[in-house]
Design a protein around this ligand. Structure first.
Ligand code: HEM
Length: 158
């Protein structure tokens, strides 16, 4: 699913604009994926599947994190698909797992039918182009609390 398709889905199904959609995706601070369910593996934010804060956004922006594409091996015969696993550049410790739709808060991910991206989310050669929600996601990575008001407005608390 491209970034454009994802934001169109949130708009059509829930009436959310892109700023609210980026905020709602922060739900992926919690929990993760299992091979027997989606076919993907790992917690979105390593070591804090049950704690809610803005680390989901933060780990996608950290310069000392390496994110690389990995093939997900499902246990229910799911079709081949790809995810991103992140590790500390120095220690090699895992920091999290993202789907293309997670990184599409930052980038326009060009992908084939199996979800394999033809560009990288790391700075350097062949980096994916920034999507127009990049700055919104970066803003959320810098605040402590994002409050979603019923009237479709957002309050950021430092
Ligand atoms: C483009 C939109 C989204 C996609 C493609 C997506 C995809 C996924 C996938 C594949 C999983 C792993 C499921 C598993 O293997 O058990 C997952 C987990 C999860 N998603 Fe999403 N998701 C999206 C949006 C959302 C939204 C809007 C919310 C809530 C507001 C949400 C909340 C969660 C939570 C809490 C989990 C963890 C579940 C667990 O640990 O058992 N997701 N999502």
């Amino acid at each position: 699913m491209s970034a454009k398709e994802m934001y169109a889905f949130f708009k059509d199904q829930f009436g959310l604009d892109e700023r609210l959609s980026v905020a709602l995706m922060g739900a992926h601070t919690l929990g993760g994926a299992k091979p027997e369910n989606s076919g993907h593996t790992g917690d979105f934010v390593e070591h804090q599947a049950h704690k809610f804060n803005n680390k989901y956004y933060r780990i996608m922006f950290k310069k000392d994190h390496d994110w690389a594409q990995v093939i997900s091996q499902g246990t229910n015969g799911q079709v081949t698909k790809w995810r991103w696993d992140g590790h500390h550049a120095d220690s090699g410790d895992k920091v999290g797992m993202m789907l293309n739709t997670d990184f599409e808060l930052l980038y326009d991910i060009k992908q084939n039918d199996e979800g394999e991206s033809s560009c990288e989310v790391m700075p350097g050669k062949n980096q994916c182009e920034r999507y127009r929600t990049f700055d919104t996601a970066r803003q959320y990575s810098k605040v402590r609390t994002i409050i979603l008001h019923p009237a479709n407005s957002i309050c950021l608390v430092n």
